[in-house]
Design a protein around this ligand. Structure first.
Ligand SMILES: Cc1cc2nc3c(=O)[nH]c(=O)nc-3n(C[C@H](O)[C@H](O)[C@H](O)COP(=O)(O)O)c2cc1C
Length: 225
């Protein structure tokens, strides 16, 4: 084994993309609905996606340009309506999500092709996807341009739409068995959550106590040897 250091600037664009996307994993997937100037509802998945702040409640999408340099419909629509809905992609809608990113001609609706059903959202005019377990209704917070063909779109979540199976509102508890979000790895690979473990977060006192305890255990073991 040899240590390697890679300056992304030394790589070709496709190799750089492949490396960063392949190493920063797993990434959750946002299935984003938006509405065009003509009222057409658009859906597309984004895995340059995560939550970044609780107050304000901010999620971010990394939106690229199309290969021809034009803006993706999602970006055009968000610029126009200043809102969007992020649906967390769970196992049960994974295949439909995959259909939604086929590059259909403009007159074909990816929502219909993927067999998704639209429903009215609670706090925004952009419709939501009925089959989704968690929808984050967002108003546009800001857009950070990154170079010529990339941007980060920040959305402020103004309503979380889910079900009582997924979130127990009284206990503020999430039922991960029911929720089952999937993540993107790289290429055509995805992952589901199947190996959950816990790590207790320690404060300094607890850390010191733990250290003392393991020292004692070590010494006891030595004496027994
Ligand atoms: C799982 C998955 C994740 C994706 N993530 C992104 C992403 O983070 N950013 C992006 O610009 N495109 C991403 N894409 C590609 C877009 O979904 C694709 O370009 C889509 O057709 C854009 O649709 P639109 O023009 O309707 O917005 C992803 C595709 C898939 C299947």
């Amino acid at each position: 084994m040899t240590l390697i250091n890679i300056n992304p600037d030394d790589l070709s664009r496709p190799d750089r993309y492949k490396l960063i996307c392949g190493l920063v994993i797993p990434r959750p997937i946002a299935l984003v609905t938006t509405v065009s100037e003509n009222g057409v509802v658009n859906a597309a998945p984004f895995s340059f996606f995560n939550a970044f702040s609780d107050q304000p409640t901010i999620v971010a999408l990394g939106v690229n340009s199309r290969p021809d340099g034009g803006m993706k419909d999602t970006a055009t629509n968000i610029n126009y309506t200043k809102e969007f809905v992020v649906h967390m992609v769970t196992k049960d809608i994974a295949e439909k999500m995959n259909v939604s990113c086929v590059n259909f001609p403009p007159d074909i609706s990816e929502i219909e092709e993927a067999n998704f059903t639209l429903k009215k959202s609670y706090a925004v005019n952009t419709p939501s996807i009925k089959e989704s377990l968690v929808a984050l209704e967002c108003k546009l917070h800001s857009i950070i341009p990154l170079g010529i063909d990339r941007n980060i779109t920040l959305g402020e979540v103004i309503n979380i739409s889910t079900t009582s199976d997924v979130v127990d509102v009284d206990k503020n508890y999430i039922n991960i068995e029911k929720y089952q979000p999937i993540a993107r790895l790289f290429g055509n690979m995805y992952a589901s959550i199947s190996d959950i473990f816990q790590l207790k977060r320690l404060n300094y006192q607890e850390w010191m106590n733990d250290k003392e305890l393991s020292k004692l255990k070590k010494n006891n073991n030595k004496e027994e040897d």
